[in-house]
Design a protein around this ligand. Structure first.
Ligand SMILES: [Zn+2]
Length: 330
């Protein structure tokens, strides 16, 4: 059995998977908003312990635990740096060592978006594909590229689909530049735009729905509800997001000619297939080879994809536990 933790800005999701990567236990808790890395790591360990208990075992009995983390992840040293959507997380913190201490098993770190893309490739929507572009449409717009079965990371910063430029000198992006996909499609940028329009006297139900649900941010479910009611501002902002995603993803396909595009992330998963079909339609006019478009599919693993992908970071047990481990030649 392997454990997986998806560490997000709002929630910590943990799973335990069996030999066939089937989920046999899961737990979820909110991400602490204060207390820095020690508070976050303690909550991660607690959530993992709950998931393991649901699977009927202690964490020390796990083959290992994988973590999909935001920020700059150094898998070799086991540290996470500059995770800005986590509380007071500016300096490198030894996440793997701290978790190993609390869980009593080996811990493996990976980037949150990469592990989600890897999970869709191995077990989800892109199971039969050789090449894949994963698009994670949420607070930001993240991506992952798999070419001929291998994750393409470039020099460590590849697949930033959210920062493909779709309009020169366009809207300001949270990254500080202009005209990126994320400047139109990222949930944070969309919320900022909505707040700006409200200040100028435009009407929307978005913030009423937010307050009714006891939230302080426009989370994916709030957009979903506003769209269902036909709220004109929500419709307009989502139309803009889809147009930007269509142009950005199509440009990436023109460059890479991948077989499959998988759309996931908080908004992608919540809005689901009808909106994935709209992104696909928005891509068509920008595709250089338009008569042979890639398959455009919603992520199949949903909310648990990140945690399942994190569990895949743990090497599967190969040896029989009774036989002594052969000494490694290096
Ligand atoms: Zn940007």
């Amino acid at each position: 059995m392997r454990g997986g933790i998806d560490l997000g800005g709002t929630k910590v999701q943990a799973v335990v998977v069996d030999q066939d990567s089937k989920v046999v236990g899961e737990a979820r808790q909110p991400t602490p908003t204060s207390g820095g890395p020690p508070a976050v790591v303690s909550q991660m360990a607690d959530t993992m312990t709950q998931a393991a208990a649901a699977a009927g075992l202690a964490t020390a009995r796990l083959q290992g635990v994988g973590v999909g983390s935001p920020g700059a992840v150094d898998a070799k040293t086991g540290t996470v740096d500059e995770a800005r959507n986590l509380p007071d997380w500016e300096d490198p913190f030894p996440m793997a060592a701290a978790l190993t201490e609390l869980l009593g098993c080996a811990v493996y770190l990976g980037n949150d978006v990469s592990v989600g893309v890897r999970a869709e490739y191995e077990l989800g929507a892109a199971k039969d594909a050789k090449s894949l572009l994963g698009v994670f449409w949420g607070t930001g717009v993240g991506g992952g590229i798999i070419l001929d079965g291998k994750m393409w990371v470039g020099r460590g910063a590849a697949a930033e689909i959210g920062h493909m430029v779709v309009k020169r000198n366009g809207a300001r992006c949270p990254c500080g530049r202009r005209g990126c996909v994320e400047a139109y499609a990222g949930r944070a940028a969309m919320e900022a735009k909505a707040r700006q329009w409200v200040k100028r006297g435009k009407h929307t139900e978005l913030f009423e729905i937010m307050e009714k649900r006891g939230r302080t941010r426009l989370q994916s479910g709030i957009w979903f509800r506003a769209l269902k009611r036909g709220d004109p501002m929500a419709v307009k902002l989502i139309d803009r997001a889809i147009a930007a995603l269509g142009a950005g993803v199509a440009s990436a396909v023109n460059l890479l000619d991948v077989e499959t595009v998988v759309i996931g992330g908080g908004l992608g998963t919540r809005l689901g297939d009808p909106y994935v079909r709209r992104i696909e339609a928005a891509m068509i006019p920008h595709l250089f080879v338009s008569d042979r478009p890639p398959a455009v599919l919603p992520a199949a693993l949903g909310d648990l994809g990140g945690a399942i992908g994190a569990a895949l970071l743990v090497p599967k047990e190969k040896r029989s536990p009774r036989r002594p481990r052969a000494t490694s030649a290096g």
